[in-house]
Design a protein around this ligand. Structure first.
Ligand SMILES: [Zn+2]
Ligand SMILES: [Zn+2]
Length: 251
């Protein structure tokens, strides 16, 4: 494996006591990407060329607004807007109602035949921050596979954790299916699947008890682990941290 390994980061994430180590890592990656984009990097021409071309998805646009660097956002928007304005103008100029779309040879034919809509949707399919996070996240998942192969104690560390959210579990089982030998898979998958069943059962217990707690007869009973069961169950099923405060510039 030539790429950088994220062993320390992965160990920290597994030992963080979180509902999912990959949610935990993803949050760190996301916050550092926001800090990077709205730090001083937006004045560097390479970064701005990339943000002009790739743009930002709706989720990250909102995060950038909340982060709070107004001047930084304005600089990024100024040239991204120029890019969108010029490209969209050209797309609209070239559009002829009813005509078959004139596209490059290798471009997929738009399904509804509307090249303007196709261009806009294409722009919405990429995001500078998503991409920046995703490249590292993929290597972190690869590090998991590498660790399973090369570090015997690693699986014990996984067993001692609270497992994974269902969302990230898809990436994990896929990567393990591709990167591990038949024998390694036969050893690992029962461990991962048992853990997933056990952890989802635990979550079910927490969310069930939260509802019971709203019953008057249980009002004086202990909350057990159910006080934050809503946000943890949301995380366990779809990933992410719904209860996180807004991420803001600390300066
Ligand atoms: Zn997760
Ligand atoms: Zn994004």
């Amino acid at each position: 494996m030539k790429e950088k390994l994220y062993t320390i980061e992965l160990h920290d994430a597994l030992q963080a006591g979180d509902e999912c180590p990959f949610c935990w890592l993803e949050r760190k990656l996301e916050q550092s990407a926001i800090e990077f984009v709205l730090g001083s990097s937006y004045m560097e021409s390479d970064t701005r060329d990339a943000t002009d071309r790739q743009g930002f998805c709706r989720k990250h646009t909102k995060m950038m607004f909340d982060y709070g660097n107004t001047l930084g956002n304005a600089w990024i928007l100024k040239t991204r807007l120029t890019y969108v304005r010029e490209k969209l103008k050209k797309e609209m100029q070239e559009y002829t109602p009813g005509a078959a779309p004139k596209r490059g040879l290798f471009k997929k034919k738009p399904e509804n035949g509307n090249s303007v809509a196709e261009w806009i949707r294409g722009e919405e399919s990429h995001c500078y921050i998503c991409k920046r996070m995703d490249d590292t996240y993929r290597r972190m998942v690869d590090t998991f596979v590498y660790q399973v192969k090369h570090e015997p104690e690693f699986v014990d560390m996984v067993k001692a954790s609270k497992g994974f959210c269902v969302h990230h579990f898809a990436d994990l089982v896929e990567a393990c299916g591709e990167g591990l030998s038949q024998k390694e898979q036969e050893q690992l998958f029962p461990v991962l699947f048992d853990q997933m069943n056990r952890e989802l059962d635990r979550m079910q217990g927490d969310i069930d008890w939260m509802i019971e707690k709203f019953d008057y007869v249980n009002k004086d009973k202990d909350w057990k682990n159910s006080k934050d069961a809503v946000q943890r169950t949301m995380q366990k099923i779809v990933g992410g941290y719904p209860a996180d405060p807004v991420f803001r510039d600390k300066k």
